[in-house]
Design a protein around this ligand. Sequence first.
Ligand SMILES: Cc1cc2nc3c(=O)[nH]c(=O)nc-3n(C[C@H](O)[C@H](O)[C@H](O)COP(=O)(O)OP(=O)(O)OC[C@H]3O[C@@H](n4cnc5c(N)ncnc54)[C@H](O)[C@@H]3O)c2cc1C
Length: 162
Amino acid sequence: MKKYLIRINGMTCTGCEQHIDSALTNIGAKNIETSFRRGESVFELPNDINVKQAEQAIIQAKYIPENVEEISSTRNVVLDHKDGYDLLIIGSGGATFSAAIKSIEYGAKVGMIERGTVGGTCVNNGCVPSKTLLRVGEINHLAKANPFTGIQTSAGEVDLAS
Ligand SMILES: Cc1cc2nc3c(=O)[nH]c(=O)nc-3n(C[C@H](O)[C@H](O)[C@H](O)COP(=O)(O)OP(=O)(O)OC[C@H]3O[C@@H](n4cnc5c(N)ncnc54)[C@H](O)[C@@H]3O)c2cc1C
């Protein structure tokens, strides 16, 4: 048996992992571990099966095989920490979302911990609500200050408390 690590482009979900696993199983691969998050699959091939067949099977499953590396049979490649995380982020504001998105691009499994409302200041009580209030205030003002004689507009007083 020879052991291979192959990078695969195009996987987006666990369903894709299953497609790759069955494509590789069909050509005789064993001990297959595929991770869409990392875009990688590790598997063993009997010596009479060429790794090119594995690449071909992946192409037929509509994914793109990239780097293929033969690795030591004793090398333990951890593709998915199914019960753990690569990165834990405290908070769920704009900064932490950026960190999460970038980390996921590198294949990390990310956990986010929020003590209040998910989204942080910008979404919940900062940028978005304040700009919404500014905009409705502007619309109210425009309706009251309409300069066109042919168009009638009206707007009531603003109830700031509500
Ligand atoms: C009224 C207002 C208007 C604004 N308008 C704009 C604008 O127009 N444009 C702009 O660019 N910026 C604007 N800002 C600034 C912008 O909102 C902040 O710069 C941005 O939200 C900061 O993001 P952050 O991720 O650093 O923190 P936050 O968005 O504040 O997120 C921090 C999160 O961490 C959580 N948290 C903290 N401690 C813990 C803990 N121990 N455990 C778990 N969770 C925790 C909090 O509950 C919170 O959800 C505005 C801010 C305000 C208040």
